[in-house]
Write a new protein. Structure first.
Length: 97
């Protein structure tokens, strides 16, 4: 993994961990549901950003190497498999197709 992508991903993940601890406290304290939901949405957005960082790293490293080694179809299939689980790419109704 490229050092800059690793640093960015780890920083975001550590921030998410802190937010999750806060959300657990909010639930434990029976805070107002919309406030908790807002915090959960923020965590989900951060996780999507981590996913994009990892995708960028993959495209810049592993994917590029595989294409140079004529394994294009293999890595395209791999990326298509990944997109099944990424609603930001496929949309919320992909699992129904």
């Amino acid at each position: 993994m490229k050092p800059e992508h690793k640093t960015a991903a780890l920083n975001r993940l550590k921030t998410v961990r802190g937010h999750l601890d806060s959300i657990i406290t909010m639930v434990d304290d029976e805070r107002y549901c919309p406030d908790i939901m807002k915090q959960l949405s923020a965590v989900q957005g951060s996780m999507e950003r981590v996913n994009r960082i990892l995708l960028q790293n993959h495209l810049e490293t592993c994917f590029t190497h595989a294409v140079n080694e004529n394994r294009t179809q293999e890595v395209v299939d791999e990326l298509m498999e990944f997109t099944k689980y990424t609603k930001a790419i496929t949309g919320p109704n992909e699992e129904q197709r």
